[in-house]
Write a protein that binds this ligand. Sequence first.
Ligand SMILES: Cc1cc2nc3c(=O)[nH]c(=O)nc-3n(C[C@H](O)[C@H](O)[C@H](O)COP(=O)(O)O)c2cc1C
Length: 388
Amino acid sequence: MLRSRFITFWNATVQPDPLFSPLKLGALELKHRVVMAPMTRMRSAQPGNVPHALNAEYYGQRASEGGLLITEATDITPQAQGYRGTPGLYTAEQIAGWRAVTDAVHAKGGVIVSQIWHVGRISHSSLQPNGALPVGPSAVRPAGDHTNASGQSVPFETPRALEENELAGIVADFVAAARNAQEAGFDGVEVHGANGYLLDQFLRNGSNQRTDRYGGSVENRARLLLEVVDAVIAVLGAPHVGVRLSPWNGFNDMFDSEGEALWNYLAAELDKRDLAYLHVVEPRSDFTTDLPVNDSAPDAAGHFKAIFKGSLISTGGYVAETARAAVADTRAHAIGFGRLFIGNPDLPERLRIGATLTRQDRATFYGGDHRGYTDYAFHEDASLSCPA
Ligand SMILES: Cc1cc2nc3c(=O)[nH]c(=O)nc-3n(C[C@H](O)[C@H](O)[C@H](O)COP(=O)(O)O)c2cc1C
């Protein structure tokens, strides 16, 4: 159990609470700055990777008046899939399933964007159409193991390098997913350029060893991400488009020998685009463990803020005190919370009043049923089961 003490300070001094001041992120009108970060939960209905009533209940529970939810990463095509049970956004059934999710969130006055995703090489042939190899910028195998379609842990495969003439198709797949998101009632989309998936694989020279217009220089490696962002903006409008990056983050075997130049270039390019927001994952936090944050890691929001003048969401290892401080000193406009939103469906309200927080159960993060998903208690209703 965690307890917020900072609230006492804000109440005692009768200061307005920085986390609960209104904010406009492009077209997204928010009443507070506690954002639910995207989280893969692998609970779509099978067959077809279709969002269903359980998912609508989960997002509806976490919706709040004027609060922003970012969905779990959502496959733009069958090739984009890397894990069992992740939902898609490319069939009529999936669009209808997501419509029930957005309706549940909007009914509570919430705002919701879809995180659109291609995993690239972080997949396995057993999860790919016709058993094909996963694709990536180059035939560079990620270190380590991956879970295949049967749930077994197997070594990663060496991906097939995408041909240059296939990349327009990847851009078109992101655009189609953005259109489908609009049809499903989302308020916008977040382009997933983070955490070692396809767009991040193109960004970094550990995974991108291409010699064409999409590899080599920082400008070339950033090309695919910027093409996707521009094409999605062309259909939805920039005020409905966010982008997520994970600077200096090594998750999924990511490495870049020119990190600072890459992030500076991206910050400057994205600054020109008038996005709803840029969302950075702070490298000080590792969500695959419950270790304390590493305070010596680079400060991503602080770094981007010097170049990117639009709205920033910063996520990674925040608790009430550090979130309030980050907004108060203008390092970020809003704060994303991942793990705390799993165990606390009413996290914004709990942070506002300083209520006790429930610890999330890591054993039920990925896959399964309602347990560890929709059965966490609201703070005023201790009669619900509480997995922690
Ligand atoms: C169960 C789980 C699933 C996640 N899935 C995604 C995802 O689909 N897309 C993404 O960009 N980040 C994903 N993340 C990372 C979170 O968005 C967030 O950056 C991370 O948990 C750090 O924030 P926290 O310290 O508040 O948990 C996931 C994290 C967790 C714990």
